[in-house]
Design a protein around this ligand. Structure first.
Ligand code: CS2
Length: 475
């Protein structure tokens, strides 16, 4: 181990939170808000991080006593900061009992999650728990779980048996109404195991929704080098993030117990719906559109995409004529200002956010990012050629070949099936029809409405490519 290895300067606060899914996003967002809240208002809100699958994060953080560097990447400078709010990291696959014990401890009052869309084991088009999911089948039959919903249910069961109040379950994933989604999957799974447990959770549990926002690209090997250069310490797991951050939280916690996140700048509100629609459609919707089209057009990162004037004009058109008209903004927020801020966040050249990274798991993302907007716009009789093109670009992408015939490394829980559907169909029209039949993504009604326009857009992608297809949809 290098002798300049990063380490702690002070003990971690006593834990009050268990966080499932300790990736870069949470370490650059929720963990920093929590550290700031404790610095201002105190409280036993240290964090026990849990990796559900891989030991990588634990192995990187353990030698540095769970501390790490968060680097704020402003266009003009980067600012490192040492984060010390994490107490320890557990690996669920290695020791599920240790995770359940931590979650059952009465001093833990919140279990938060960033497990990505697929971690909820639900059907993206309906939001319902997928009872055929192999991890869910396993978790119904076994007391030591594999899935995030399984951990929540088994730990809540242990608390009920011990006479302890439930913890608050706080989803921090990019899902609409994420509190309701996690509540529904937890109740559906609890009901399979013990209906009385489901009743207890329904009566006593709390599942506040939250809207999270900060652009955090995956940490790359060169980032680790850079952090050593600027801080003098070797950190095996730094996080690189943009300056902007936003967290809007529905203020509904068991016994009102939570860190004073408002002191750190979070917005505590009664209803987050307007914030969440705005963010999922304006930010994540265009992120996904630019990821597929940008990747096909040969752009490596979102800032590269924004440096291409045609692509930048395209995203403006998406915001102004296709997405914003479907939204009612939160009180006091202007969608024009919001779009302008997004354009400069995307263009930040310090942020090397790969189109390939955002393109991951499209089957889980499309419904809430793009398909809802399309449905609303089409019902109102407004054409959406840009978003239609984005759906066609996703179909082209999951077919597995880029425009030069190169193989794409498609990461998606449905990747094999999507590729087979595309490969087995002959013509563009058949490929589009086959992909529209994937009911986890497209409802029957969506598929019928999208078939004609998406087929036409897909055809153009094949004939002229992504950049010229974009030119054709620009007004
Ligand atoms: C991105 C998000 O990877 C993706 O799908 O769209 O992670 C995005 O960067 C964040 O939601 C920004 O808050």
């Amino acid at each position: 181990m290098p002798d300049n290895r990063l380490t702690r300067t002070r003990p971690a606060p006593k834990p009050g939170i268990v966080h499932l899914g300790l990736g870069a996003f949470y370490r650059a967002h929720g963990a920093i808000y929590t550290e700031d809240a404790i610095a201002t208002s105190g409280g036993d809100w240290g964090i026990i991080g849990v990796s559900l699958q891989s030991p990588t994060m634990r192995d990187a953080l353990a030698p540095q006593r769970s501390t790490y560097t968060a680097v704020k990447l402003a266009p003009e400078a980067c600012r490192p900061r040492r984060i010390e709010v994490i107490d320890r990291v557990l690996v669920a696959r290695e020791d599920p009992t240790a995770v359940l014990d931590a979650m059952s401890d009465p001093s833990i009052r919140i279990v938060s999650l960033t497990v990505t869309e697929k971690g909820y084991c639900h059907e993206p088009s309906t939001g319902k728990l997928n009872l055929d999911h192999p991890d869910i089948q396993h978790d119904i039959a076994n007391p030591l779980p594999r899935s995030a919903p399984g951990y929540l249910v088994r730990a809540l069961a242990a608390r009920r048996t011990a006479g302890t109040a439930p913890f608050t379950v706080q989803s921090c994933d990019n899902l609409p109404d994420n509190g309701r989604v996690v509540r529904d999957v937890v109740l559906a799974l609890a009901n399979q195991i013990d209906p009385a447990l489901a009743d207890w959770i329904a009566a006593k549990g709390r599942f506040p929704s939250s809207m999270v926002d900060r652009i955090v690209p995956a940490t790359k090997p060169e980032d680790i080098e850079k952090v050593t250069q600027i801080t003098g310490f070797h950190d095996a797991a730094p996080v690189m993030h943009e300056p902007f951050r936003q967290w809007v939280i529905e203020d509904d916690f068991v016994a009102g117990a939570r860190p004073d996140w408002a002191a750190a700048g979070a917005e505590m509100v009664a209803d987050i719906t307007a914030f969440e629609h705005m963010k999922l459609r304006m930010l994540n919707g265009t992120h996904s559109a630019l990821a597929y089209l940008g990747y096909l057009a040969g752009h490596e990162t979102i800032s590269d995409v924004m440096a291409d004037a045609r692509m930048a004009a395209f995203v403006e058109q998406l915001w102004q004529t296709e997405i914003a008209p479907t939204l009612t903004p939160p009180d006091g927020v202007s969608l024009c200002d919001y779009a302008e801020a997004l354009a400069s966040r995307y263009a930040n050249p310090q942020i090397r956010h790969r189109t390939w990274q955002i393109a991951m798991d499209g089957s889980q993302k499309l419904p809430q990012r793009i398909l809802g907007t399309l449905r609303d716009a089409m019902e109102a009789g407004r054409p959406c050629p840009g978003l239609i093109l984005a759906v066609a670009a996703w179909m082209r992408y999951v077919g597995g070949f880029d425009e030069g015939g190169g193989v794409i490394d498609v990461r998606d829980p449905l990747a094999t099936r999507l590729k087979a559907l595309s490969d087995d169909a002959e013509t563009p029209a058949d490929k589009v029809a086959a992909l529209l039949s994937v009911r986890e993504v497209f409802s029957e009604k969506d598929a019928a409405a999208l078939n004609g326009p998406v087929t036409a857009a897909y055809q153009r992608l094949v004939e002229v490519g992504a950049r010229d297809s974009i030119k054709e949809v620009l007004a």
